[in-house]
Design a binder for this molecule. Structure first.
Ligand SMILES: *Cc1c(COP(=O)(O)O)cnc(C)c1O
Length: 461
């Protein structure tokens, strides 16, 4: 009996070993050398606990999404779209109720006519602000593309052109909210407060939903009439609650990030108070028409199916981000968040300090893509950004950043922002490929890798 069990174990171990060899061989065929592979293996072994926690969040959120679909009686008829005016579009209207259910809001606008995240945010702002109002950002500089929406950088059609002023309160040095200054900045004319959850292209920390909740409570205690809006890009399904669960009047995001689950080919959402969402709908279509028009064309089944997959896709991307943080932190590069921190979005920043590092990293990510892996990314002047940006994106949906992707503005501190991966396995391969690229291009040496492994062995003991 004992003998058979022992023999069974040996066979199992041999099978595991054989499988490991086959996997390694597959990596080798795809350009990952032995040293890079084994370094990755050692990192992964240390992350088991983190990965289990990420899976638990995904499990909770999977049930939340499923319940919203069942409660709103999503039916086969919802999956086909309308054309023309799109009156009585059952699938569109039901999907908006599903989103509202997930975010626990009164209403939601989810449309393919919202072209991207910036558009969704601009729409939420322009429809809820009036001339003479003031917009306040209590969390420092907003995302680059919003500078032109607001008019921080003068731009045609900006809020500034319509007589809407803007004020900003910087974060404290430790990345926390400066409540004293925020209190002072809340003026008579303050109508809307915009809070960006994710760090975006900055090196500040991303805020947790709980932190955002504290900030909203502080603002509401002083000015209950002020609209609190959260730029939720990259944050959806990372935690089991969303900013709308802690008092946000509007949460806004892009469907080619987390909530589209990689399948939505376009789109954005604005979930929130009925009045805020209606304002946005009247601006998106027309006064008097609002949510009643807007054909969904053929995208609804991708919107639904993508939303259904979003919790697990987000979990895969999160695992990739945690893996990347540990791979590069241990090599001595500054990373935000660090390898051990809790996550509140799917973005991983790695600071290389040189343009060469940024470029080599992005080349590795590009080479790992399912689409356009054979092209070499180049820095370019992207609309909406104030420095050249190099982007690695070989995605099924053009520019989708829930798919494996990386962006690096070519300016100090020469950081890259890595995100996505529709599966953890792909994210892992992408990171190994980036590391191989840094090694092949001499940004790091074989010795650096050896030292990093040595350090790992010491810390894991
Ligand atoms: C991506 C992003 C945006 C803008 O979204 P686009 O789809 O690129 O226009 C705005 N804010 C944050 C925090 C983002 O991550």
């Amino acid at each position: 009996m004992g003998e058979t069990a022992a023999a069974g174990e040996t066979i199992e171990m041999n099978e595991t070993k054989a499988m490991d060899d086959l996997i390694q061989e597959q990596y080798r065929k795809m350009g990952i050398g032995k040293e890079v592979f084994s370094y990755g293996e050692e990192i992964v072994k240390l992350l088991a606990g983190r990965f289990t926690a990420i899976d638990s969040v995904a499990e909770y959120n999977q049930l939340k999404v499923l319940a919203a679909m069942q409660n709103n009686r999503v039916s086969e008829a919802c999956l086909t779209g309308t054309t023309g005016y799109g009156y009585n579009d059952l699938g569109r209207d039901t999907l908006e109720r599903v989103y509202a259910d997930i975010f626990h809001t009164e209403d939601c606008l989810v449309r393919p006519q919202i072209t991207c995240g910036t558009h969704a945010l601009a729409l939420a702002l322009m429809s809820n602000l009036r001339p003479g109002d003031e917009l306040l950002s209590p969390a420092g500089k907003p995302y680059d593309t919003l500078e032109e929406v607001i008019g921080i950088r003068p731009s045609r059609g900006s809020l500034a052109e319509y007589g809407i002023t803007y004020r900003q309160v910087e974060l404290k040095e430790d990345g926390s909210f400066d409540y004293e200054e925020i209190e002072k900045a809340l003026g008579e004319r303050t109508r809307l407060v915009t809070i960006q959850r994710s760090k975006g292209y900055q090196t500040r920390p991303t805020f947790s939903v709980a932190q955002i909740g504290e900030l909203i409570s502080f603002i509401k205690a002083r000015r209950p009439d002020v609209i609190c809006m959260v730029d939720n890009c990259y944050g959806e399904f990372v935690e089991i609650i969303e900013p709308s669960d802690v008092g946000a009047d509007m949460v806004v995001g892009s469907l080619i990030k987390n909530p589209g689950g990689g399948l939505a080919p376009i789109g954005g959402y604005i979930a929130g108070k009925k009045e805020c969402v209606e304002n946005a709908a009247y601006r998106l279509t027309s006064p008097g028409l609002g949510k009643e028009v807007g054909a969904s064309l053929g995208v609804l089944s991708q919107f639904y199916q993508g939303l259904f997959l979003a919790p697990t896709v987000t979990a895969g991307a999160l695992k990739g981000a945690v893996f990347a943080a540990n791979v590069y932190e241990n090599l001595g590069f500054p990373v935000i968040p660090d390898g051990k921190e809790d996550r509140h979005d799917i973005i991983q920043a790695v600071t290389f300090g040189t343009p060469e590092g940024v470029i080599a990293f992005c080349e590795g990510i590009q080479a790992a893509a399912p689409v356009d892996s054979h092209v070499t990314p180049q820095p370019w002047d992207m609309p909406g950004y104030d420095a050249q940006v190099i982007m690695a994106a070989g995605a099924f949906v053009s520019g989708s950043s829930i798919e494996l992707s990386a962006d690096g503005p070519i300016k100090p501190p020469y950081a890259v922002y890595f995100q996505g991966g529709l599966t953890w396995q792909h994210a892992r391969f992408g990171i190994l490929k980036s590391l191989q690229s840094l090694l092949d291009q001499g940004v790091i040496s074989g010795q650096d890798l050896e030292k990093a492994k040595e350090k790992l062995r010491k810390t894991s003991k």
